[in-house]
Design a protein around this ligand. Structure first.
Ligand SMILES: [Zn+2]
Length: 137
C-alpha cells in the first residue's frame, strides 16, 4: 500500500486527529475519575486519622496512616501531572504537532501513542529525559 503517500494529506484512516482526540479524552476522563477516587480515599484517611488522634493517645496506627496518606498524595500528584500532560498533548494536537517527538523531532510510533496518548517524546528520548536524574557513568 504505497499509493496513499503520494497525496499530501494527513488523514491516514483510523490513526487520525479524531482518534487521537478520542484517546486523549478517554485518558482524561479516566484520570479525572482516578483523581476523584483518590481524593475520597485521602479524605477518608484524614478523617480516620483525626478520630484515632482524638480517641487514642498512643496512636498505634499513626505511622501506617501517615504512610498511606503520603502514598495517596503521591498518586494524586501523579494523576495531576498526567492531566497537565494531556492538556499539552491536546494543544499539540490542535497545532498539528501531535505525534512528533519533542526531543529529536522524529515520529512517535503509533503503538506508543496508543498506550500513552499523552507521550511527547519517542521511547529513546524518554529514556534520556533530562528531567529525570541520570546516574553518572
Ligand atoms: Zn525522540
Amino acid at each position: 500500500m504505497g499509493d496513499a503517500s503520494r497525496h499530501g494529506h494527513d488523514e491516514r484512516g483510523p490513526s487520525s486527529f479524531a482518534t487521537h482526540r478520542a484517546r486523549l479524552a478517554a485518558d482524561r476522563a479516566d484520570t479525572l475519575a482516578r483523581t476523584a477516587a483518590l481524593s475520597r480515599d485521602f479524605d477518608g484517611i484524614v478523617a480516620a486519622n483525626a478520630l484515632v488522634a482524638v480517641d487514642d493517645e498512643h496512636d498505634p496506627e499513626g505511622a501506617s496512616t501517615a504512610f498511606e496518606r503520603a502514598h495517596v498524595a503521591a498518586l494524586m500528584a501523579r494523576a495531576r501531572d498526567h492531566l497537565l500532560e494531556l492538556d499539552r498533548a491536546w494543544e499539540r494536537l490542535e497545532r498539528g504537532e501531535y505525534g512528533r517527538c519533542e526531543g529529536c523531532g522524529g515520529t512517535i510510533p503509533p503503538e506508543r501513542l496508543e498506550i500513552r496518548p499523552a507521550a511527547t517524546t519517542c521511547v529513546r528520548c524518554a529514556r534520556s529525559d533530562p528531567r529525570r536524574p541520570r546516574r553518572p557513568a
